[in-house]
Design a protein around this ligand. Structure first.
Ligand SMILES: Nc1ncnc2c1ncn2[C@@H]1O[C@H](COP(=O)(O)OP(=O)(O)OP(=O)(O)O)[C@@H](O)[C@H]1O
Ligand SMILES: [Mg+2]
Length: 229
């Protein structure tokens, strides 16, 4: 799946947050959104994942303009094609590990439905084998992060949107998580990652740098407190 931004700008409360971002993210590749804190990486990632509507510009999915997509079309995109690994992990804490991967259970109880082989594969790849029935709330931050990656692997997502995936991880887990995303890309998935991490950036095929849109110019007298000296 190809995800594309065409001159995407976001203005919030009159403040420019993202200015005219244009990029093309191809299937089978990893794209890093990089830049200093507050430059709009998360905001642009949310626009690309159709979680947020740009103020101007367009986001295209496989060449189709999504600007006027109805809620149902967006939901279908999230359900069928997209997966998110966001800063709060997007894990349902009160549910089991297995449910969080498969997202389907029997209405007559807590039995998790879905494909057991794919579930096992996703848990094995993310180092969570055998933990199917554990309550997700009991996982560590890094494990919750890997759990949300397991969900993307299980559903065979075509597009994965990732926010700062390595921020809270130690070296070994950082390398492992980066390998998981590379693995998704090698299956043909388009992976888009907002990141500060050099190792993650190096693993990406392309980088899109954001700069803070120019702040309002300060008045000439700014900083001068009359009579202070
Ligand atoms: N809903 C909102 N309302 C007001 N301001 C917002 C909103 N969303 C984002 N912003 C502002 O937009 C700017 C960019 O935020 P964003 O989270 O996209 O930055 P970032 O590049 O991801 O930063 P970081 O590297 O710290 O995660 C910030 O100054 C933030 O306060
Ligand atoms: Mg951010």
């Amino acid at each position: 799946m190809t995800i594309e931004a065409e001159a995407v700008s976001v203005v919030i409360d009159g403040r420019p947050i993202v200015h005219q971002a244009s990029l093309v993210c191809e299937p089978g590749t990893m794209t890093a959104l990089v830049g200093p804190s507050g430059c709009g990486k998360t905001t642009l990632l949310h626009c690309l994942g159709l979680l947020q509507q740009p103020t101007s510009g367009r986001v295209l999915v496989d060449g189709v303009d999504t600007t006027n997509w109805k809620a149902g079309q967006r939901r279908r995109f999230w359900k069928d094609s997209g997966a998110f690994v966001l800063q709060d992990y997007g894990v349902m804490e009160e549910e089991s590990v297995a449910f969080n991967v498969v997202m389907k259970s029997s209405i007559f109880g807590s039995r998790v439905l879905g494909n057991q082989t794919s579930l096992n594969e996703a848990l094995e790849l993310t180092g969570l084998s055998g933990r199917d029935n554990e309550l997700s709330a009991h996982l560590s931050g890094g494990e919750k992060q890997r759990l949300s990656i397991a969900r993307a692997i299980y559903k065979n997502a075509e597009a994965v949107f990732v926010d700062e995936p390595t921020a809270s991880l130690d070296e070994a887990n950082r390398t492992r998580v980066i390998e998981l995303f590379r693995n998704l890309a090698s299956r043909g998935c388009v992976v888009i990652v907002a990141t500060h991490d050099d190792e993650m950036m190096a693993a990406c095929d392309t980088r899109h740098s954001l700069t803070r849109p120019a702040e309002q110019p300060l008045p000439a007298t700014a900083g001068v407190v009359h009579g202070a000296l």
